[in-house]
Design a protein around this ligand. Structure first.
Ligand SMILES: Nc1ncnc2c1ncn2[C@@H]1O[C@H](COP(=O)(O)OP(=O)(O)OP(=O)(O)O)[C@@H](O)[C@H]1O
Ligand SMILES: [Mg+2]
Length: 246
């Protein structure tokens, strides 16, 4: 039996909470130590006691309402966030496609950003050079590939992002809702590519509000509700319970 691709062991994540100065500025100044203590100690809990693992070759879906903690979970797997408590263990090389444009430099061209991302993913320049034409063809951005990213529309950034992570031999692909901003044809191309990865045994974790996409591709689904795992299981069952609840 191979080791799991990802393990969450009693993971919690909290963020510092922002405060209004209530009770007026005078009260704030006179009670400064206690006010500062309250500010320092109050944290917003985004994830609480999360336990799950992802098998190698599995395609896992993460669903839940806005603010449930899905992107936070992906950020923990990608290593861009650290858990406040518990451990996140990842045994594969992660190719994250998180927020729009994360990992891109706005002043570099599309082509230059492909190289930048390849290096960030741990590849050599030569390895990226072998793949670059295929990536550019998949992104299908025409002459814009030689333009700086800052002139791209959000859909164009998403096209380049998906083309890069999918074109550089992913082991563990993380996709956060990014497909939603691509046009219909591109969404279909992405889905076809992900189906191909599934057949090749690439491990994938997909966050989406499109239950159709989740049902089409996922082997298992986790529903996060109020920062806790509400349900884990067979996609149809979990999606039905979620839809009945929202
Ligand atoms: N950097 C941060 N600082 C403070 N709070 C944060 C931060 N990032 C996320 N949060 C909070 O953590 C909670 C979980 O956020 P997260 O982005 O993981 O939700 P999500 O499930 O991805 O939602 P959506 O479906 O809207 O993308 C939210 O309440 C959010 O406000
Ligand atoms: Mg999110």
């Amino acid at each position: 039996m191979s080791i799991p691709a990802v393990v969450f062991n009693q993971v919690g994540k909290s963020y510092p909470q922002y405060h209004h100065i209530t009770g007026g500025i005078k009260n704030f100044v006179f009670h400064l130590p206690s006010v500062l203590r309250a500010v320092r100690d109050s944290r917003y809990v985004a994830l609480q006691d999360i336990n799950f693992s992802v098998k190698q070759g599995e395609c896992l879906g993460l669903i839940g309402r806005n603010g449930a903690g899905k992107s936070t979970s992906l950020g923990l797997i990608a290593g861009v966030l650290k858990p406040t408590v518990g451990q996140v263990t990842v045994s594969l090389r992660v190719s994250p496609l998180l927020e729009l444009g994360a990992g891109f430099n706005p002043d570099l061209t599309g082509r230059e950003n492909i190289f930048l991302n390849g290096v960030l993913l741990g590849m050599t320049r030569l390895e990226v050079a072998r793949k670059v034409d295929e990536i550019i063809a998949f992104a299908d951005l025409g002459d814009f590939i030689e333009q700086p990213i800052r002139v791209y529309s959000s859909g164009m950034v998403a096209r380049l992002g998906f083309s890069v992570v999918s074109g550089l031999d992913p082991e563990l692909l993380l996709i956060d809702e990014i497909l939603a901003v691509g046009d219909m044809r591109f969404q279909e191309k992405c889905m076809a590519k992900m189906m191909g990865f599934k057949q090749q045994g690439v491990t994938m974790i997909l966050v989406s509000h499109s239950m159709g996409d989740i049902l089409k591709i996922c082997d298992r689904v986790i529903w996060i509700e109020n920062h806790l795992v509400k349900m884990v299981g067979e996609p149809r069952q979990v999606v039905e319970s979620y839809l009945a609840n929202v």
